[in-house]
Design a protein around this ligand. Structure first.
Ligand code: 5GP
Ligand code: MN
Length: 325
C-alpha cells in the first residue's frame, strides 16, 4: 500500500489540468468536510475553474454561513461529465453516499483526507492521518496552488479546524492549528461571531430539552455514574428531534467525580437509544456490546426495544457491576 502522505503538488497538478471539478463532501456533513469543500471552491474559482459542490445530505442550518455553501446539492447522477472529482474529508468510499454515483462520470479522481483508516480509494490520495482536520491539509493545498487565503477562505478553514478539534480542546490540537489561526486572524476572521454560532448558540428546542435532561439527572454509586432519561413526551413538548439530544450526555459525564454517564432517549418507533460515555481509563464499549451495541472505548451506543425504565435499570446494573468489578 502507498505510504500515508500529503501530496499537495500532485493534487495541484490534477486540479490545474482539470476545467470542470466536482468537490464531494461526506454524508452527514460536518464543519470540516463543508469548510474544506467551500474553501477549495473559492480557490478554484479564482483559478477560473468551473466548480460544483456535492453532498449526500443537507447542510446543517448552523453551517449555512459558509461562503458559497448554498451551491451544495445532492447529486442525481445526471450532473456529469466532470474532468475531476475531489473528495474532501471522506474516510472511505461508503462515506461518499450517493456522490459515488458521479464516479463513473469523472475522468480523474483525487482526495484530500485526514482519517488514518483511509484505504486510498481514489486515483490520487493526499492523506495524513495525523492532521487534526482536513482543513489543515486544505491550507497547504491552497499554497501549492499559489492561492493566498482571503477573508472568506479564512472563515471556511477556521470552521473546519475549530470544529474537528472541539474548539481547540482535543488531544489532536497541535501547533499547526495555531500557526494557521494566526494567519487567518490576519485575514480579518470574525472569530467571536463565528465562535458564538459554532459553539454557543443552540436551537430553542435543544435548550428546552437540555432542561428536561438535567431535570432527570440521577447519580449512583456516590456520583461515579450519572444517568439521564428523555421520554417521548419530553421530545414532543420541547418540539425537539432526537439529534437535539446528541451532546447532552456530556452534562452527566462532566460532573466532578463522575466516571461513566448514560443518556437514554425514547424514540417514536419504540426504540430506546442509549448513549454511554466514560472518562479514561474507564471503558463503556464492552457494556454496550453486552446489549448488542458498540462504539469506541469512551463513547458507545446501544439501541434496545422495551420499557424505558426497565431497559435503563438493566444497563445501569451492568455499569455498576463494571465499576465495582
Ligand atoms: P452516540 O451516543 O453519540 O449516538 O454514539 C456514540 C458511538 O456509539 C458512535 O461512535 C456510534 O457509532 C456508536 N453507536 C451508537 N449507537 C449505536 C448502536 O445502536 N449500535 C452500535 N453498534 N453502535 C452504536
Ligand atoms: Mn474531519
Amino acid at each position: 500500500m502507498e505510504a500515508m502522505t500529503r501530496k499537495p503538488e500532485a493534487i495541484a497538478r490534477m486540479l490545474r489540468d482539470a476545467q470542470t471539478i466536482a468537490i464531494c463532501s461526506h454524508v452527514n456533513p460536518d464543519g470540516d468536510t463543508l469548510g474544506s469543500a467551500a474553501a477549495m471552491r473559492l480557490a478554484l474559482k479564482k483559478l477560473g475553474k468551473t466548480v460544483s459542490l456535492f453532498c449526500d445530505g443537507k447542510v446543517p442550518d448552523q453551517l449555512a454561513f459558509l461562503p458559497g455553501i448554498g451551491e451544495m446539492s445532492v447529486p442525481t447522477g445526471e450532473e456529469g461529465p466532470f474532468d475531476l472529482m475531489l473528495a474532501v474529508d471522506v474516510s472511505d468510499e461508503k462515506r461518499l453516499g450517493c456522490c459515488a454515483k458521479l464516479l463513473p462520470q469523472c475522468r480523474h479522481t483525487a482526495q484530500i483526507d485526514h482519517h488514518p483508516t483511509n484505504p486510498f480509494f481514489m486515483e490520487e490520495n493526499s492523506v495524513d492521518g495525523d492532521a487534526p482536520a482536513c482543513c489543515i491539509l486544505i491550507r497547504e493545498q491552497l499554497a501549492a496552488l499559489g492561492i493566498e487565503p482571503d477573508r472568506d477562505m479564512a472563515i471556511c478553514l477556521y470552521t473546519g479546524i475549530s470544529t474537528d478539534t472541539g474548539n481547540f480542546a482535543f488531544a489532536s490540537t497541535n501547533a499547526d492549528c495555531f500557526e494557521i489561526m494566526s494567519e487567518l486572524m490576519g485575514k480579518g476572521l470574525p472569530l467571536a461571531e463565528l465562535n458564538r454560532v459554532l459553539f454557543r448558540e443552540r436551537a430553542k428546542p435543544q435548550v428546552l430539552l437540555m432542561g428536561r435532561a438535567l431535570n432527570s439527572l440521577q447519580y449512583y454509586e456516590g456520583c461515579r455514574i450519572a444517568v439521564m432519561k428523555l421520554t417521548r413526551r419530553d421530545f414532543d413538548e420541547c418540539g425537539a428531534l432526537s439529534e437535539h439530544a446528541d451532546t447532552l450526555v456530556n452534562f452527566g459525564l462532566d460532573t466532578v467525580g463522575t466516571r461513566m454517564a448514560m443518556l437514554a432517549r425514547e424514540g417514536g418507533d419504540g426504540a430506546i437509544k442509549f448513549s454511554l460515555r466514560a472518562k479514561e481509563p474507564d471503558c463503556v464499549s464492552d457494556i454496550a456490546q453486552e446489549f448488542g451495541g458498540g462504539g469506541h472505548p469512551q463513547a458507545s451506543g446501544i439501541t434496545m426495544y422495551g420499557d424505558l425504565d426497565e431497559t435503563v435499570s438493566r444497563v445501569l446494573d451492568a455499569m455498576i457491576r463494571k465499576l465495582n468489578g
